[in-house]
Design a protein around this ligand. Structure first.
Ligand SMILES: Nc1ncnc2c1ncn2[C@@H]1O[C@H](COP(=O)(O)OP(=O)(O)O)[C@@H](O)[C@H]1O
Ligand SMILES: [Mg+2]
Length: 242
């Protein structure tokens, strides 16, 4: 089967104020796959995601989603194409209940029953905590809620920034299970993840960033099986994160 590329970045450069952060990012996200974006702290992963969403403006290069050039589109229009973004800070409303957080993430204020069932199947605890304030959830449960907010509408692409940051190993295993189920539904995901265990368990493809560029792209199986390559590409980030 020939893969279709859902999202493509070509030579994307981003400046934040007077700082030149992205120096020409090339990245391909095939449809129906989970692509992991790795790289040490400060490599430019979050800036890449924010540039895709139009939250930073690319100063050069092109971002193409499903054949359409979205480089200069406004963020709400990009979201309306079916791209969901779960930022590192999760963006949940701690004073509102789980239900209210999810209602606000729908386009119409009404749940699609099948999609909501999908959320409950993935994260049953959210059904238990349905009327509880989101601020009282554990870190892992907050992350599940943040991911679920991206799932109450039909999406073509989910972009998730470091969902395991600060979570306990058992909770990470639970999230891995959740992403596995998403993969079975052939949802296309671009996942920034520093936890190599999680990255290896889930990734079909992998891109490694350093200093505002993608310095390696390929299959996760190849990277997982090549310790020398891992050491060369990830030595820094692994040392900094374990
Ligand atoms: N709002 C900002 N203003 C100035 N510099 C920033 C800003 N956001 C990020 N940077 C810088 O851009 C670089 C890349 O950051 P980021 O994309 O957050 O990296 P990563 O997500 O890979 O850790 C870092 O050097 C960071 O300090
Ligand atoms: Mg980041």
């Amino acid at each position: 089967m020939v893969e279709k590329v859902l999202l493509r970045l070509e030579g994307v450069q981003t400046h934040i104020g007077r700082y030149h952060i992205l120096h020409g990012v090339d990245l391909v996200v095939p449809e129906g796959e989970l692509t992991v974006l790795l790289g040490r702290n400060g490599a430019g992963k979050t800036t890449t995601l924010r540039t895709i969403m139009g939250l930073w403006r690319a100063s050069a290069g092109r971002i193409v989603f499903d054949g359409a050039d979205i480089t200069r589109m406004a963020t709400p229009d990009i979201a309306r194409l079916g791209i969901a973004y779960v930022p590192e800070a999760m963006g949940i409303f701690t004073g509102l209940s789980v239900r209210e957080n999810l209602v606000l993430a729908t386009a119409t204020g009404r749940f699609d029953a099948a999609l909501l069932d999908g959320v409950f199947a993935l994260f049953p605890v959210l059904k238990v905590k349905w009327n509880d304030a989101a601020g009282g959830l554990s870190g892992g449960q907050k992350q599940m809620l943040a991911i679920s907010r991206a799932m109450v509408e039909r999406r073509r692409l989910m972009i998730v920034d470091e969902p395991t940051k600060g979570l306990a190993p058992a909770v990470i295993e639970h999230l891995i299970g959740g992403f596995r189920t998403l993969k079975e539904s052939r949802t296309t995901v671009l996942l920034v993840e520093q936890n190599f265990h999680m990255a290896r368990s889930l990734g079909d493809g992998v891109a490694v960033m350093d200093d505002g560029r993608v310095v390696h792209a390929g299959g996760m199986v190849e990277l997982a099986g090549d310790e020398a390559l891992q050491g060369r590409l990830l030595g820094l980030s692994l040392a900094a994160h374990q």
